[in-house]
Design a protein around this ligand. Structure first.
Ligand SMILES: [Ca+2]
Ligand SMILES: [Ca+2]
Ligand SMILES: [Ca+2]
Length: 794
């Protein structure tokens, strides 16, 4: 039997195939996907120790040939020559018994050459595994031109049921029953060199283009993220997602097995303050032996809210422990660090009113009303097997319950939400005095679907005057979003949240768009986050959202004159991210720091709508860790094939983080910035931590801090602005609690005011400080926004 070798559309593979083609023009190259290979299992694969560990295939009594060392090597000084072959299977063999395991995947490469002038101009060769008896499996192949070295290549998975007590590898030509009838065609001499078999470890880096430049959806294209829940804090939206990437295991053909969700125990976080450039904050280790909540196995479908508890703002991240319950962990900031303050699940079948015995106690949705009272909606499923109209249209499987003041306990009993055709993904929000419960409808429990309710697999909603409803079928108002299959081909489940940024409401949903783009259409359940604007009718009902790739408009330009984490990406191709030790320079001591890695020649990243201003940029700096010599970062404007405006040679000691700078010749105005990466083919070039741009722009340099403190039972917000410039400045401190202007603050001196908020508790907020000074004969005003944290005084 012939196991076909998968053909993959990945660029690093293509590069490897090109290298082979240069050596053997007629090679029909096939190759597996990107791989990180284990050590070579073959002993003396290069024949530099003569024939040590090699013998002639003797699987059949008719097989036979002579092996001898030859100095006509592909590499090194020696190869093997096979002569006197009796069968097509007569070739060099090595015993791998005890070295390979059933169920594992291996990659093989070998070099072959034949030279008989009476043989055909091209000839196919196989690498073949013999598991004893009559079980032969071709595991790699090449068609090679006479007189040239060809590259046998393949990946193969040994079936889990295969006995590997005997496991032998050999090189052969295609089988025919009577090879002696035409020995020049079937039994020619040949040479073999550089045989390698190593365990195949697939790369999870997505090398395909998953998000087209100019488009907003999916939000990210270097990893997956499902069940997105948006949380706005200090003008920045954070999206917490089920980490589907944990289930992504591309096999030898580059296609993953189906997402079962079973191994997902981390939550992925991204954030943006402009809705197009997204920062990757990495994964929160929620459940499992390495998780914050070790009592839980899974972390699906997160939901986030913050509240001042005991005078300190805390961040409550709810998650589903598969279908069996829901838990919560507590953070010191939207990106942690995270703590377990409860020690066990928040919602279980023991929660009053939670269980009807058949529903799933998952998909927590959190909401805090204006009076500080928290609510949790949860639940789903509910198919009782009756196939009845009542069970299909009214499974009554979801609930709403009050949360305790600590946000990690419940109060009272959960109330039934009777949402038509309900299935999962409940979400509660408020707008203009009305409460909305949105949810995903089911796919039919066998009974007739009521045409007056939502269609199957859609996001529908109810409206009521209280967070507790009552959520009766009469509160059903329609659908927000049809199944993603309507817009993107691939359907599947869905999940949503609603948030407000500025004056605009937005809607998050997921779709298998990146999954589809990786495979060229097929999907295996890997979901990606999408955004859309959410608009309302005058009566408060919701205008239906249409799914698209365009997404939403960028709401503000990106300021380049600061540290920008390199894991901030609008569009990219071929990179991956990973967390490294230490804090984020941009997001502070509490925030994890990630770097961009798996950077190959041709990979690129970009930032959308970067505002270089009128004075312009004079330099660009990258914090990088070179991995090979000869790498470089090219900077281009408005397109990844546009002219290069600056090149940073990544020329520094290998393996060490360093800052490298290139001059920019006064780039002004607003541009998309593309960083394109170049260097030796087939090598990991470097890792990137952050970017920054420099400008000659004349600005009043201030260092601004704002912090709440208690004086008696009142919160005061203390604002300090230090004049870091060379000229005296007039400094204006603006807060929600008043403003103060200090004239002629000398260089090195400060303006200070402690503003009395006249309340015992404040939410987090923002102060704006402007400095005005005369610089080079011109009056210059520069504005700084600084956040202060929420606080309470008792
Ligand atoms: Ca050799
Ligand atoms: Ca790459
Ligand atoms: Ca970074």
């Amino acid at each position: 039997m012939l196991k076909r070798v998968g053909r993959a559309a990945r660029r690093r593979v293509a590069a490897a195939a090109v290298a082979g083609a240069l050596l053997a023009a007629a090679v029909a190259a096939t190759a597996g996907p990107v791989q990180a290979a284990g050590p070579n299992i073959i002993v003396n694969g290069g024949f530099e120790d003569g024939l040590t560990s090699w013998f002639v295939n003797n699987g059949n009594s008719t097989d036979g040939a002579t092996l001898s060392a030859t100095t006509d090597a592909y590499a090194g000084s020696s190869a093997v020559l096979v002569t006197g072959r009796k069968t097509t299977g007569s070739g060099p063999m090595q015993d791998l018994s005890g070295k390979v395991q059933a169920g594992k995947t291996y990659a093989i490469t070998a070099r072959v050459k034949y030279e008989n002038p009476n043989s055909p101009a091209t000839k196919q060769f196989f690498a073949t595994m013999h598991y004893g008896g009559s079980t032969y499996t071709n595991v790699g192949t090449v068609t090679v031109a006479r007189g040239q070295w060809g590259l046998v290549q393949g990946t193969f998975t040994i079936p889990a049921s295969q006995s590997v007590a005997t496991a032998r590898l050999f090189i052969e030509t295609p089988w025919t029953s009577n090879p002696a009838s035409d020995p020049n065609t079937h039994l020619m001499d040949f040479k073999v060199d550089d045989v390698s078999v190593s365990e195949f470890v697939p790369s999870t880096t997505i090398e395909a283009l998953g998000k087209n430049p100019g488009e907003g959806n999916p939000l990210i294209s270097h990893k997956f993220g499902a069940d997105g829940n948006a949380f706005v804090h200090n003008g920045r939206v954070y999206i917490y997602m089920t980490n589907d990437t944990q289930e992504y295991k591309p096999g030898p053909t580059g296609v993953s097995s189906t997402n079962t969700y079973a191994s997902i125990n981390t939550i992925t976080v991204i954030s943006s303050d402009d809705l197009v450039n997204w920062v990757d904050h990495g994964e929160i280790p929620v459940a499992g032996p390495n998780g914050v909540a070790r009592y839980a196995n899974n972390s699906w479908a997160p939901a986030m809210e913050s509240k001042v508890v005991g005078g300190k703002e805390k961040f409550f991240l709810y998650f589903a422990n598969n279908g069996g319950g829901s838990g919560v962990i507590v953070g010191d900031s939207p990106v942690g660090p995270w703590h377990d303050e409860r020690g066990n699940l928040l919602i279980t079948s023991a929660t009053p009113g939670a269980s009807n015995g058949i529903n799933w106690l998952f998909d927590p949705g959190v909401f805090i009303d204006d009076d500080g009272q928290g609510y949790l909606v949860f639940g789903g499923g509910g198919d009782d097997g009756s196939r009845s109209a009542e069970n299909t249209n009214h499974p009554k499987s979801t609930r709403v319950i009050r949360l305790g003041d600590d946000m990690i306990s419940t109060k009272g009993s959960a109330e039934v939400i009777d949402a038509p055709l309900v299935f999962e993904a409940g979400h509660l929000f408020k707008r203009e005095g009305k409460y909305y419960y949105s949810y995903s409808s089911n796919f039919g429990f066998g009974g007739p679907v009521d045409p007056n309710g939502p269609p199957t697999g859609a996001i529908a909603y109810l409206m009521a005057d209280s967070p507790m409803g009552p959520w009766t079928p009469e509160t059903y108002k329609g659908i927000i979003f049809k199944n993603p299959g309507t817009y993107f081909g691939a359907g599947g489940n869905n999940h949503q949240s609603v948030f407000k940024l500025g004056d605009q409401y937005y809607f998050t949903y997921h779709a298998q768009t990146l999954n589809s783009r990786i495979t060229g259409g097929a999907t295996q359940g890997f979901r990606s986050p999408h955004l859309a604007k959410l608009d309302f009718n005058a009566d408060g009902t919701i205008k239906e959202v249409k799914g698209d790739y365009k997404g939403v408009e960028q709401v503000r330009n990106l300021n380049p004159y600061r540290v920008i984490e390199a894991e901030t990406i609008a569009w990219q191709q071929g990179i991956a991210t990973k967390k490294i030790d230490g804090a984020s320079e941009e997001f502070g001591a509490q925030a994890p720091n990630l770097v961009v890695h798996d950077i190959d020649n041709g990979d690129w990243t970009s930032l959308a709508k970067v505002d270089f201003g009128t004075a312009g940029a004079t330099g660009v700096t990258a914090k990088v860790r070179p991995l090979v010599a000869g790498g470089k970062i090219q900077v281009r404007l408005d397109g990844r094939t546009s002219p290069v405006v600056a090149t940073i040679p990544v020329d520094a000691p290998l393996g060490e983080w360093t800052k490298l700078t290139a001059v920019l010749d006064g780039v002004t105005g607003v541009h998309d910035v593309y960083f394109t990466y170049a260097g030796p083919e087939g090598a990991d070039l470097f890792e990137i931590d952050s970017w920054s741009f420099a400008t000659t722009s004349q600005e009043v340099k201030l260092t601004v801090t704002a912090a709440p403190r208690c004086i008696g039972s009142s919160v005061y917000v203390a604002v300090t602005a230090v004049n870091d410039g060379d000229a005296p400045a007039t400094i204006e401190l603006n807060t929600p609690f008043g403003k103060k202007t200090v004239a002629d603050v000398a260089p090195g001196k400060q303006a200070y005011q402690s503003f009395n908020t006249r309340t015992a508790q404040i939410d987090a907020g923002k102060v704006t400080v402007t400095g005005t000074a005369t610089i080079d004969g011109k009056q210059v005003t520069t504005s700084y926004d600084t956040n202060y944290t929420a606080a309470g005084c008792r």
